[in-house]
Write a protein that binds this ligand. Structure first.
Ligand SMILES: [Zn+2]
Length: 448
């Protein structure tokens, strides 16, 4: 039976544990508990709810989490996270979860800074939390006992059932989206002739990879494709979704390198397909239109060029940073900042029109690749060559694009060009990534 003395003792004990974790790591802590009335705080519902929110917090803070401690007591399941992240930012994110997540109002997330100071909503001019049942402040209803425990428990159970429904849809959408994405990635590397890229028939301009390396790499991305799709199908705001998928992308890069013996097959693809999948799922969650995916991508990546802000003082510049410094080329970052408009406005049409006209998926892919090569500042080409080579590639692609606009592709001519590019070590990898994203987006267009 419920024992007030034991309850108070456990609370005291928890505070002791919290303080010892702060003292040990000298970092802020986050304390997660179910907001569940009554004596039985350890039944299935509050336990499940705490696990759901624990997973959210873990995905958001990922490698910044130093330790997670679980306490099971009469107080109900409790998690204490020590997080190497500014306390004030942790509190803001905690408030976003409490306010936006389907189960956010069913938990209490307290944040203490590294001195033990407990942040409160009023520190941010934020309102106190609302009651689960009526429009009053929660603490008012709590004090006056406006609602019975049973009433509140029923509402929490309803919320949990609502959450389970969302998870079911999330599962089905992320299955479809991630399968289509994987198929698009495999289709892209199967197109031929492909101007120095790897294809089933040639290693193109590459020595360290072939078609089978790409198959290994593609299938190694499977868990990533699924998890970014799931992350996007969420009520959380897109900056938090971005924070989650950035980390998922890093993990996926490691899985790719493991699968390919350290060959970079899909690094650019991981980034591009990740944000596309996540925002396609988000558009689905919010019941938006297909074209809104572009707006969401643009919104999510609005600060992405800030990566370049401090590069003049940096000593170890990445390839992309050097190109920006020397040529003002912003590469794939610039393209996503514009919401992949080159795909939504043009490439999808090129691909789709060709499919309708010729019913030949390889021809449609090659045509789309040519179009993308003609309009892209392909940083993969610049990686090995200079701006003159890139400009020549663009010019040649432009000529091919107009040459075949109203006639079948001349495969033997394209093969000649492919051979030339392979010999000159030219490989339009950036255009290839965008081709896969185009195929993917076209494949889900009619789901909106
Ligand atoms: Zn109320």
């Amino acid at each position: 039976m419920f024992n007030l003395e034991e309850f108070l003792l456990m609370r005291e004990k928890r505070v002791e544990i919290q303080n010892s974790i702060i003292n040990k790591f000298k970092k802020p802590i986050l304390v997660l508990r179910a907001n569940y009335p009554g004596e039985d705080k350890n039944n299935f519902i509050p336990k499940s709810i705490v696990e759901v929110i624990k997973k959210e917090i873990t995905e958001i803070f990922n490698s910044d989490i130093l330790i997670v401690e679980k306490i099971s007591s009469i107080e109900g399941p409790t998690y204490i996270f020590s997080i190497d992240y500014p306390g004030i930012e942790i509190k803001k994110i905690a408030m976003v979860i409490e306010d936006n997540h389907t189960l956010g109002r069913c938990v209490d997330i307290d944040v203490f800074d590294e001195t033990g100071y407990p942040f409160s909503r009023s520190d941010f001019g934020g309102e106190k939390r609302k009651c689960l049942i009526c429009e009053n402040m929660a603490f008012v209803c709590g004090r006056t006992g406006a609602h019975s425990h049973k009433q509140i428990q029923n509402v929490i159970q309803e919320k949990y059932e609502q959450y389970l429904d969302i998870v079911e849809t999330q599962e089905s959408i992320s299955n479809t989206f991630s399968n289509n994405a994987l198929k698009s990635i495999v289709l892209e590397v199967s197109s031929s002739p492909s101007f120095g890229l790897v294809s089933p028939l040639t290693k193109g301009a590459h020595k360290d990879m072939d078609f089978f390396t790409f198959l290994d790499s593609s299938f190694a991305l499977t868990p990533y494709l699924k998890s970014v799709s799931k992350a996007g199908y969420s009520p959380l705001p897109i900056d938090l979704i971005f924070k989650k998928i950035r980390y998922m992308g890093k993990v996926s890069e490691q899985e790719m390198f493991l699968a390919t013996n350290n060959v970079n097959t899909h690094k650019g693809m991981i980034f591009l397909i990740g944000i596309t999948l996540a925002m396609a799922s988000k558009a689905k969650f919010e019941n938006l239109s297909f074209r809104d995916i572009s707006n969401l991508i643009s919104e999510m990546c609005k600060d992405i060029l800030k990566d370049f802000d401090n590069i003049r003082s940096k000593s170890n510049l990445t390839h992309g940073e050097k190109l920006f410094l020397n040529h003002g080329i912003v590469g794939v970052r610039g393209i996503v900042k514009k919401g992949l408009d080159i795909i939504f406005d043009e490439a999808i049409d090129v691909f789709e029109n060709s499919l309708l006209k010729e019913n030949d998926i390889n021809a449609s892919m090659v045509r789309t690749l040519i179009f993308l090569m003609s309009s892209l500042e392909d940083t993969t080409i610049l990686h090995r060559h200079d701006i003159h080579v890139l400009n020549n590639v663009k010019l040649e692609a432009m000529e091919l694009h107009s040459m075949f606009e109203n006639s079948p592709l001349d495969i033997s001519l394209l093969k000649e060009i492919e051979n030339k590019y392979s010999k000159e070590r030219i490989s339009p990898g950036g255009a290839a990534d965008l081709l896969a994203v185009t195929i993917f987006l076209q494949s889900i267009k009619n789901m909106f």
